[in-house]
Structure formats: C-alpha cells, structure tokens
Design a protein around this ligand. Structure first.
Ligand SMILES: [Zn+2]
Length: 399
C-alpha cells in the first residue's frame, strides 16, 4: 500500500468580493484535485481544536493523527527538532521572528521574507551585543529563527504570533507574565541595534521591508510523541517541505526529510521539482507527505492573485504527477487538504474546518462534484476530532 498526502498550506479561504464572491480555491483551475474529489470523497475536518491558536504547528500535528491537546507543547520546540538542536526537558525554545514594525505597527511578520544571510548577520550581531548567559540564537530559514534558553529562569508567559496581528499596535502584544522582562529586553535591544543597520538601509533602498526587530513567541519544552510506525503501523515515511516546522515534526515521527533543489516557502519555489521528487519517493517509501507553503504566505500578504496561482501550480506540478505515479501501484491512496484556512480578508489563519479530498483503493465515491470549500462543507463527511482523520485515511474512508 502506498500513501501520498499533499498539503497546500493555507489554501482554504472565505468568499472574496474581488473574486465575485468566490474563494481562491474555487476560482483556481485544479483539474487534479477535482478528479480526486469526484473519483473519491471530500469532506471537512476540524484541525484546530477549541482553545488553540490556528497555525500549522497545531493543524499539521492534528492531521498527522496526533491530538494537539496531548502532544502540543509549542511551535518552537518542533522547529528545534528540525534543526537537531539537543534539548533537555527543562530547556525552553522560543520562535525568534525577524519582523517589520513601523511607527509601532506590525507591518510584516516576515521582514519582507529576509534572506538567510541577512538574518544570520543580524542575529549574530545581536547575540554578541546582548551576551546573555543561557540564551542561544539558532538560525532557521529566512525570518524563522529560534532562541533557546538553558538556565534556571522559569517562564509562564503569554506571547502572540506576529502573523496574527498584522496592522495592529505591536506594543499591545509583547510577552506578558512570569519571565517576560528578559524577553522584552531582548526585543527592545534588537530594535535599537537594527535601527539604521546597513542591511536595513539597503533593504529599504531596494524596496524591501526592513527587519526592525526580533519578535519572541511559540515557546515550549521538547514534546514526547510516539513514532508514526508505532501509532499507525506504516513503516517508511518521508516528508518534503520548505519549512523547518514540518521537518521537525517528521523527525519526531521517525520519518526522513527529502530535499528538493530550489524549494522555498514562497511562490518562487520549485513546484515541478517537488512534484517529481514526491512521485519518485513513492518507490522507496510507504507514505510520502508533501507540503507547499506558498498559498499561506500569499494569504498573509493579502495577495489573492499569487494565492490562486500557487494553488494552480500545486495542482498541476505536484498533485498531477503524484496522482499519475501513485495510481500505478496495486494499492494506493491520496489525500489533499490545506492544514488550516488562511483568510485574505484578515491576512490571518482561520478557524473553519479544512476541506479535504481523498481517493484510491477502497475509497467509495458518493457525490460527484469539484473540490472547494462549499462542496466539502455540503458533504456529510465531517470529522470533528481532526486527529481521527489519519486513521480514516489509512483505513480507506470506512468510518
Ligand atoms: Zn501561515
């Protein structure tokens, strides 16, 4: 049995006036996703349990079959796993975004998608300048970096993901609670240090958002998750993604991470390369999980044109070749779904249940209609406890 799971991150949305009351997923030409929905089934799944902030950390953990209420300790520890940063049970990890705050307003959670080299230089200088015992900066991809704390300070802080507060007054959302003092000091000092920094001067001159400061959030200790094979009996799993968070989840599940030349988290990613590699990996692995971040980032920028284009590219260059390849195996199943909605109107992650479609061996077709939010919601297939979806998928839709 071969399984493929393809995640167009944040692809689901709400009807937009710019699109004549339709959603980007509905407007996008997606013949391959439509075929999966028509020959198989579509429905909705609640991937963000009540009480959780909507994000790929929670939603992906959930759709992978792990209840976030049991296993989620924070976003940053998952990314630390991706970077193979060793953590003892008492260590803390924080996400350390480079962000753009202008006149006190959170303008961009990604500092204009700053390059790895620029991020490394800024954080290196900040680390040397602060010289705080127990704190280590670790560079990730672009604006997504980590701060590890190994020491005796205890944190009981409320923090806010910067992508959840676009155009809001940043000062309203700084860390609060036990241990917040030191975190705010780090953020304040970065603001002073990065102001007029040559990297930012060049970014402004070339029309890019500057990295005005770091933003700390997503903190937690290392999670303890059972391996995927122990939980579901599927042996060889592989992950293909451009983001550290999912690479970390894969390692915690006992999967391998596969690389694709030119894979990024934006619309400039190598879609075709990812499609070829996902299809190829099916020869070697029992389950291949292929994640594309581009629709999510386009939504955060309120860029519906790029969002539609990203969804069409995923359909054509990833879903198409993977569907063609997987159906050559005697037994197979494919699942396509966004982990969570990301809404153009608010530039934030949404809380609506995610539309999914699946097809393959022993998945019975019920209603024949194309894949989109409305058709999925009209289906009687509604999975309220999102972590039950994986079992449903692996058993072939016989709930
Ligand atoms: Zn997002």
């Amino acid at each position: 049995m071969k399984y493929a799971i393809i995640i167009p991150d944040g692809a689901a949305d709400e009807p937009l006036p710019e699109l004549g009351g339709r959603t980007p997923l509905d407007v996008a030409k997606t013949p391959n996703m439509d075929r999966i929905a028509m020959e198989g089934r579509q429905g909705t799944v609640r991937t963000v349990p009540e009480g959780f902030e909507s994000g790929s950390d929670v939603a992906t953990m959930c759709l992978l079959g792990y209840d976030p209420k049991v296993y989620h300790t924070g976003r940053a520890p998952l990314e630390a796993a991706a970077q193979s940063i060793p953590l003892s049970p008492t260590d803390w990890v924080f996400r350390c975004n480079l962000v753009t705050v202008i006149d006190g307003v959170m303008v961009d959670h990604s500092a204009g998608g700053i390059s790895d080299a620029e991020a490394q230089k800024l954080l290196g200088e900040l680390s040397r300048h602060l010289n705080l015992p127990g704190f280590e900066f670790h560079n990730g991809v672009s604006y997504r970096n980590l701060l590890v704390y190994r020491g005796s300070e205890h944190f009981n802080v409320q923090t806010k993901p910067p992508h959840e507060i676009p155009e809001e007054i940043a000062a309203k959302w700084v860390p609060k609670g036990q241990g917040a003092g030191i975190l705010n000091r780090i953020m304040d000092e970065s603001r002073v240090m990065f102001d007029k920094h040559e990297i930012n001067e060049v970014r402004k001159d070339t029309g890019h958002n500057p990295a005005t400061q770091v933003w700390l959030w997503g903190q937690g200790h290392a999670p303890a998750m059972p391996k995927f094979v122990e939980r579901f009996g599927v042996k060889r799993g592989a992950m293909i993604t451009g983001v550290d968070l999912l690479r970390g989840l894969a390692l915690l599940l006992g999967w391998e991470n596969l690389n694709v030349e030119g894979m990024t988290s934006f619309h400039d990613t190598n879609y075709a390369g990812q499609g070829v590699e996902t299809a190829r990996a099916l020869d070697q692995y029992d389950l291949v999980f292929s994640h594309v971040e581009a629709p999510d980032e386009a939504s955060h920028q309120a860029d519906w044109k790029t969002k539609v284009a990203a969804i069409e590219h995923i359909d054509r260059y990833v879903v198409g070749p993977v569907l063609e390849k997987i159906s050559t195996f005697p037994e197979w199943r494919i699942l396509v779904m966004p982990d969570h909605p990301t809404n153009i109107a608010t530039r934030k992650h949404g809380y609506a249940p995610s539309p999914f479609c699946m097809a393959g061996t022993r998945v019975k077709s019920v209603v024949k209609c194309t894949y989109n939010e409305a058709n999925a919601a009209a289906s009687d297939l509604k999975i309220e406890r999102g972590h039950e979806l994986m079992d449903y998928f692996l058993r072939g839709g016989n709930l």
